[in-house]
Each structure stands twice: as structure tokens, then as C-alpha cells.
Write a protein that binds this ligand. Sequence first.
Ligand code: GLN
Length: 244
Amino acid sequence: MAGFVIAHMYPDLLNLYGDRGNLLCLQQRMRWHGHDCRIKNIRLGEKIEYANIDMVFMGGGSDREQGLVYRDLAGRSDEFMARIEDGLPVLCICGAYQLLGTSYIAVNGQVMEGLKFFNFITRGAKNRLIGNVLIKACMDGDEISIVGFENHGGRTFFEDDTLQALGRVIKGYGNNGEDKKEGIKYKNLIGTYLHGPLLPKNPAAADFFLKAMARRRGVELDSRLDDYIEKIAHEQIKNRLLAK
Ligand code: GLN
């Protein structure tokens, strides 16, 4: 039995609309595979021992919380980026996704510098993009559907054509409500606007992270999980959205 550790960064600041459910889902699925999985909370200023971490998770937050987190993360961005390049599994939701870009221009005009990992910009607007979302994505070579819930004022625009979106919007708004792109995917990192939480309703996306964590440790996940109930939840929301 292996023991995995997922770092939950800023749990008291970034955690909206059930984001923490993603961690519970990963932890439980790892246990069903016969391995232990611990969640390690990392708060402002707390050091991350990357050698002991298998994945990083950051949830969404309001503009105020984002500002606090930006300042803290900026001081440790080089090492974080090096780990992402090295294939560290990372899931960033909404506000945390926005901070991976060059900047976030809030609706009041205030500019928050992003971490500049990726060349995309987010501009705030008064009317928020809210509702259920359905996207098509490619995960471990298979085309899959992903469902979730979005609620964001920020519109994210890629300024580099080589950036790969997580998926193509079928229903909902996605990155900006205009270009049909949703989220970003880079190596084992996923940034997305999908709350909900994302992973319990999309077991294929959860497995993307489990497999990446296991591969990096040389561990085989040899059991297949019974996703009967998860698939019903996924199909129900998908069909409801397609019927609209
Ligand atoms: N403050 C950001 C926005 O409204 C992020 C919100 C969120 O994380 N849900 O765009």
C-alpha cells in the first residue's frame, strides 16, 4: 500500500461551491484502489515540501481572497512552476486558475499581477457568467464529456495560440463566453472554471489525476473502480443540459 499526499493550498481562503469535494473524491478513490491518501493543508506563508507532495489543489475565491493569495504565491512561484514542468499533478479552480495567467483586471480597474505561468489574461466584468456547463475534453487519449457549475465575473483570454484548453464548450460560458474554450491543460495541470465540485461528477477527470500521481511514484493502479453511481449523476446533468 502506497501513501499519497495532496496539498490543499489556502483551504481557508480558496474554497467555493464545494471545491473541497474534489479532495474528498480523490482521497476516497485512492483508498478504493487500496492506497492511503492524506490531505495536507498549506496556509499563507507555510512551506511546501514538494518532495513529500503528490499533487496540489487550489479552489476558487473572491477577488479579495485572490489578492491575498497572489502575494503569497508570487514569492514561491519559481519552484511551483518548476514542479509543474516536472509533471506535478495540479488542479486549480476558478480564482486559482485565473492567477496562473499574466494578470487579473478586476471590475474596479485594479490590476492584480498573476504568476505568469501562462500567457493569458483575465478581465473582470459586472455581469457574472453563472450556470451549469458541459464541455468535451480529451483525457488520457479518450474524448469525454465533463460537467460542472461556473460562477465568475472574470473572462479569460488566451494570448498564446499554443495554449491548450481543457475542453470545448457545448453548454455554458467557459473561459469567456465567446471562443468556446474552457480551462487550460498543461502536462498534469488542469485549470478550470468548473466548480461543483468537478471530480465526483466526472470520474474520468478524477482518474486523470490518480493515474498521474501513481505513475510518478511507480505505483500500478490495477483495480478498476465501479463508477455506476457517478456515471448516473454525470449523465443526468448532461442530459438535462442537452435538453435545454
Ligand atoms: N473572483 C473571480 C471571478 O469572479 C473568481 C471567482 C471564483 O473563484 N468563483 O471571476
